[in-house]
Design a protein around this ligand. Structure first.
Ligand SMILES: Nc1nc2c(ncn2[C@@H]2O[C@H](COP(=O)(O)OP(=O)(O)OP(=O)(O)O)[C@@H](O)[C@H]2O)c(=O)[nH]1
Ligand SMILES: [Mg+2]
Length: 380
């Protein structure tokens, strides 16, 4: 039988001299107790407190990640790991690495990824600040679940297990703490089978590398940028529809509805909303197209529809038609004006319509050009 490891425990480490040795030992003892053939890889990127020596003495293979950051340390450490199963955890002894075999066993039930949940498990006093426990973590986890159709309880847990094969399908690339979010987002999009198992979270020794606001924002920003449908396409479509409502309804003249009087002022607001909405919608489509082109998003019904029905020529044609109608309305206003010997006339309603149509048409033409650019094959 070969002596290649069955499990690689990967620990990112930045100045954790007090604890990294203990973490490595706990993992090694767990291997022995459970009969798993395992290795521990410590991915260090520039500890200046001697963490590397302590980790190596405890039996780990220490690798050096050139680029700073939690994500970088994992990208490098996991690339260096040799086993078909990876278990990841912090090297600050906040997760009990003695639990490694339990995570592996859960994975072997047929899951692609196992998340050790602190919020469904046990959080020891002093292990997690109040703000993270009751505000940051639940809100960010909730946003992630909502945007990506998951039901995980602790999206930022640092202890996870997954198969190498599943990991390779995720093509992760973020370098900071948002790596934790990226992994789960990518897992959702790759439709991995994800399980959770409760775990106890202990207070850390040594200095935390987590910066509440900077890292919280990195997570949130990442989640938002990865979901153009929720962030741009849907709100843009709603805004655009709301904008066109008064533009159409008030085109002939003012209306009284339920005792309220509506005049062209609403058309001005409507025009702004219709244009802003269209702009937002088109930006969302471009964002989505970009993510799909780079393999960062799942092909979904919207993309399939776009790819079968929307071509550059059709986009240009639609834009051109709207522009032509807008121009036609404008021309008509001009003719009326000429008929009145260029005297003062009031054509505000139709003017707003002409403006909104022609700007919309132009935007659609430009966006079609850009979208078609995303379809161009990357030359190897
Ligand atoms: N190699 C490397 N490791 C890092 C870097 N930043 C953080 N780490 C490690 O990543 C793990 C997670 O960082 P922590 O500071 O524990 O963050 P956290 O667990 O979210 O926050 P705490 O609850 O305060 O521990 C620790 O083992 C760190 O040593 C980095 O830039 N490079
Ligand atoms: Mg930690």
């Amino acid at each position: 039988m070969s002596d290649a490891p069955e499990v690689s425990v990967v620990l990112p480490c930045l100045n954790e001299v007090k604890t990294v040795g203990r973490c490595v030992e706990k993992a090694m003892r767990a291997f022995e107790a459970s009969g798993l053939r395992g290795e521990v890889v410590v991915s260090d990127n520039g500890s200046t407190d001697g963490s590397q020596d302590i980790a190596a003495k405890a039996g780990a293979r220490v690798v050096h990640a050139a680029r700073r950051g939690y994500g970088s340390a994992y990208l490098h450490g996991i690339a260096e790991a040799r086993a078909p199963i990876i278990v990841m955890a912090d090297s600050d002894d906040t997760y009990d690495l003695g639990e490694t075999p339990r995570l592996v066993a859960k994975l072997r039930e047929g899951y692609d990824m196992v998340l050790a949940s602190r919020l469904r498990g046990n959080i020891m006093p002093g292990a997690m600040p109040w703000l993270h426990r009751y505000v940051g973590n639940p809100i960010l986890t909730g946003v992630l679940n909502l945007l990506f159709g998951l039901r995980v309880s602790d999206a930022h847990t640092g202890m996870r297990a997954f198969t190498r094969e599943a990991y390779d399908r995720l093509s992760l690339r973020t370098t900071g703490m948002e790596f934790a979010s990226e992994m789960i987002v990518a897992a959702a999009q790759a439709r991995l089978r994800i399980a959770e198992t409760p775990i106890t979270y202990y207070p850390r020794e040594g200095e935390s590398k987590l910066d509440t606001w900077r890292d919280g924002w990195r997570h949130l920003r990442y989640l938002l940028l990865r979901s153009p449908t929720a962030l741009f396409i849907a709100p843009g479509a709603v805004m655009m529809s709301l904008g066109w409502l008064p533009l159409i309804a008030l085109e002939r003249g003012p209306l009284t509805l339920g005792g309220f009087f509506f005049d062209f002022h609403y058309m001005i607001v409507g025009s702004a909303l219709a244009l802003l909405g269209l702009q937002t919608l088109l930006l969302g489509l471009q964002g989505k197209g970009y993510l799909v082109a780079r393999g960062l998003d799942r092909r979904d019904a919207l993309i399939d529809w776009l790819q079968t029905h929307v071509t550059l020529e059709r986009g240009l044609l639609l834009g051109l038609i709207l522009l032509a109608i807008g121009f036609g309305v404008g021309l008509n206003i001009f003719l009326v004006w000429a008929q009145h010997n260029f005297a003062n006339i009031n054509e505000l309603r139709r003017g707003l319509l002409a403006l909104t149509l022609s700007v919309s048409g132009t935007q659609i033409m430009f966006s079609s050009l850009f979208l078609s650019l995303l379809d161009i094959q990357v030359r190897e």
